[in-house]
Unconditional design. Structure first.
Length: 230
């Protein structure tokens, strides 16, 4: 994930949490840190080691390599319009990076779009991570692990999102969310691909913005999946 410990003035630092962190400078004047999403962008397979204990919601053949190849440049394929319309105005251009420490298991890309939820400073972001696993079975195992872990990370319910990829769920994250006070996450699996859409803000998002953000996040993922097929 994009990560930071929140050092410095809160309105001047927009960070992310996760493993395999790398700092990148952004032209908006804020410091945005792009790194691998733990278990999704890292591609090391460690997070999915015990995932088989959770049953799959759907029957699916899992012995094939899958429909997706690893995305290399995600930003041109992501439409942040629904997200910024629902949450806040954009701040600068989107920034992208390749992810995946072990391409033999999984690799992909991430794209971040900063936004201004309150005033003129960059105080939030929308982030999309997509990882193609080596085969469908690996993607299913990883998704099961993420789904079984989500209740321990969530404020409120973990909600299944119907009609999005093969399977999807969403929740508001509170584990390691700092410095963000609002951290919304949507995880989608389709064949061997896993994508995560995040909306994170240093200022509390109103109930109205949160309610609008969920369908916008689903729309972002739904329109992205066809763009990533070979």
């Amino acid at each position: 994930m994009w990560s930071s410990r929140g050092r410095g003035a809160a309105q001047d630092v927009v960070g992310l949490t996760g493993a395999g962190l790398r700092a990148v400078g952004w032209g908006t004047g804020a410091l945005l840190v792009l790194g691998s999403l733990a278990g999704c962008g890292s591609g090391d397979g460690k997070a999915s080691a015990h995932a088989g204990a959770t049953p799959s919601a759907e029957a699916e053949a899992t012995n094939g390599p899958g429909d997706y190849r690893p995305p290399k440049d995600l930003c041109p394929k992501v439409d942040f319009g629904p997200l910024t319309a629902a949450v806040a105005p954009r701040a600068g251009l989107p920034k992208g990076e390749r992810t995946g420490s072990d391409p033999a298991s999984a690799s992909g890309a991430a794209c971040l779009q900063g936004f201004k939820a309150a005033g003129t400073k960059v105080d939030g972001r929308s982030v999309v991570y997509c990882t193609a696993w080596k085969d469908v079975a690996a993607a299913v195992k990883q998704y099961r692990y993420r789904l079984s872990s989500a209740p321990r990370e969530a404020r409120g319910p973990v909600v299944r999102e119907k009609g999005l990829g093969r399977e999807a769920f969403r929740y508001e994250n509170v584990k390691e969310a700092a410095p963000f006070v609002s951290d919304l996450r949507l995880v989608v699996r389709d064949s061997n691909l896993e994508c995560e859409v995040q909306v994170q803000s240093l200022v509390p998002l109103t109930d109205q913005r949160v309610k609008a953000a969920w369908p916008a996040m689903a729309t972002t993922a739904r329109t992205l999946l066809p763009e990533l097929r070979p």
